[in-house]
Design a protein. Structure first.
Length: 574
């Protein structure tokens, strides 16, 4: 699913025409508005001044040197967009908002319909669409579409939707009281589109790109881009249309599009099947040769992706063990200080003579200080005991303990380590993303798309740090010898995952082929002949009394019959 802002309609156009057009493709505005309060917009303020590194979370590393291109400040009570369901904006979200900002800069107040948000299945059939009313791509549009899909879906689990910001929209769906429970019930997952996915950072790709997700086959999830590319020819004709004719024109386009895709359905499936077979033929020998040469198993290649993901994730967030160890040493230091304070206050309390009235105030102060010191001591002891349980320690660390000394040294350089981890994560991700642009056979358009995204994200590491710096003793882990960092291994892994997706495609094709054979099997010709006789009888009876109705019946017959025959021929050939 995706939004398209080309199909705008000027607000002042066609105001005399009050008719409304009922379309089976469009969800009603009332249905969509049920989701308008599911997500509130996150308040955004443009900040040009620099921020200290230690005040920025690791997940926000790419914003350290990038300009936040969002030029508007919005009310946090207004409806949010597809990404505002996240607790904290990610770099993928910020880039998506920055590109959306170009649309927001236009004079939207002259338009009523500012575009359409649509959903299509993998066979290119239009499923549902919504009008975008005087707004950009708000969260209510994809939420409404997703909710409708789940309400009308069968009982099978493992539903999946591709969305160019699917990584962030997952959080939006999970936080929605209306859509979240349905999504969990049906096992709904989201992925980023294959083309747009390469503009996301490497950590996001490993989690959300269809190449690394089981069951997606060879689907690129870019169907809506092809649909909108064709519908843009209609958009220029409806800019000044009435509301009735605006929706009617799009409805007719969707209907014609579906008719064309229905006629090509079997051919589409068969071509995907042949493409999958070609991938297996081309890549399997090479992957098998490398597996034999390097002594690899399938699980080893799959493990590379998991190791890379874990490495990048650990750099994004400080390792939990490090956090606990640092907290434990801090608790030990706090306990030592609390103990010293308790000892001092106790000695002062014992040494005080309280035999006269003048010393009563001093005694009360000492008693209060003693009570506070006792509470601090108890709190410190509880913190130490709790962290020892979490770290599963058999003995309490002393200042001479090797781990105590190591952790204390780490704490003194903690800010430096976190800054280094941020830089290392950025550099490693960019190197792997750049390697994608150099793969043989990469199309010019995709190469350019990746290059532009890399240029934007390169601002975050334009400090000219060399990658060799990250191999020294300050780094948590030397990854230079890891198998998943070797370029040859990475290309083999990419081909291996391509093989897996091709196998998914073949499995899906055989299942769909069986379903199509059931529908267009030997009984199809009998069905066509029976329908032909029935149609002829109806057309003859309507010719005299209602000729227009007869033409309306004859048109579907003339278009569907050749399509059914084409489906039969293609299925029999496969």
């Amino acid at each position: 699913m995706d939004g398209n802002n080309s199909a705008k309609r000027v607000m002042s156009a066609g105001t005399e025409d009050t008719a409304s057009f009922d379309s089976n493709y469009f969800l009603s505005r009332d249905y969509v508005d049920r989701f308008k309060d599911e997500v509130k917009r996150r308040a955004q303020v443009k900040m040009k001044e620099s921020r200290p590194v230690d005040n920025v979370d690791a997940s926000d590393t790419e914003s350290l040197s990038e300009d936040d291109d969002a030029p508007w400040i919005v009310d946090s009570a207004s409806p949010g967009d597809a990404c505002d369901g996240q607790e904290k904006a990610t770099p993928c979200t910020k880039r998506w908002k920055a590109s959306a900002a170009e649309h927001e800069k236009t004079a939207l107040n002259i338009y009523y319909q500012t575009g359409v948000f649509a959903c299509a299945c993998r066979h290119s059939f239009i499923v549902k669409a919504t009008e975008m009313i005087r707004s950009g791509e708000l969260a209510k549009y994809p939420l409404a579409v997703a909710n409708h899909l789940l309400e009308t879906a069968d009982d099978d689990r493992n539903k999946a939707i591709g969305y160019d910001i699917g990584c962030a929209f997952t959080s939006t769906v999970n936080s929605s009281p209306l859509v979240g429970p349905l999504a969990h019930e049906h096992g709904l997952t989201f992925a980023v589109n294959a083309f747009h996915g390469y503009a996301h950072n490497r950590l996001c790709q490993l989690s959300n790109h269809p190449l690394y997700k089981d069951g997606f086959g060879l689907e690129d999830l870019e169907t809506l881009e092809r649909i909108f590319s064709s519908s843009n020819n209609v958009a220029r004709t409806i800019r000044y249309a009435s509301q009735f004719h605006w929706k009617q024109a799009l409805d007719l386009f969707f209907m014609q599009w579906d008719e064309e895709k229905y006629a090509e359905l079997s051919k589409f499936l068969f071509n995907n099947y042949k493409q999958a077979l070609q991938i297996l033929k081309d890549f399997t020998p090479e992957v098998n040769r490398m597996k034999t040469l390097l002594g690899l198993e399938d699980d080893d290649i799959k493990k590379w992706a998991h190791e890379e993901h874990k490495f990048l994730l650990d750099l994004k967030d400080e390792p939990e063990e490090r956090v606990l160890e640092s907290a434990y040493v801090e608790a030990l230091i706090m306990r030592e200080k609390a103990d010293a304070k308790w000892q001092k206050v106790s000695m002062d309390f014992v040494a005080t003579e309280g035999h006269n009235v003048q010393d009563e105030a001093k005694t009360r102060r000492l008693e209060t200080a003693r009570r506070h010191a006792m509470h601090e001591m108890a709190f410190a002891l509880h913190a130490v005991e709790d962290l020892e349980l979490k770290l599963k320690l058999n003995e309490t660390w002393t200042p001479k303990h090797p781990k105590y000394e190591e952790t204390l040294a780490y704490m003194r350089k903690r800010q430096f380590h976190r800054a280094l981890d941020k830089v290392q994560q950025l550099v490693v991700q960019r190197l792997f993303e750049l390697s994608k642009a150099n793969i043989a056979g990469m199309g010019y358009k995709l190469r350019t798309h990746i290059g532009k995204a890399m240029k934007t994200r390169g601002k975050a590491i334009r400090t000219a740090l060399e990658f060799d710096l990250l191999r020294n003793s300050y780094s948590h882990e030397d990854i230079s010898r890891k198998p998943w960092t070797v370029q040859v291994n990475r290309e083999v892994a990419a081909k291996y995952f391509k093989i897996l997706r091709a196998q998914d495609e073949i499995t899906g094709f055989l299942r769909r082929k069986y379903n199509l054979r059931t529908f267009v099997g030997p009984g199809l010709m009998i069905y066509i002949m029976y329908a032909y006789v029935r149609y002829k009888h109806c057309l003859a009876s309507m010719a005299g009394c209602f000729p227009v109705g007869g033409l309306a019946l004859e048109l579907p017959w003339k278009t569907r019959t050749p399509a059914l025959m084409a489906q039969t021929s293609c299925i029999q050939a496969s």
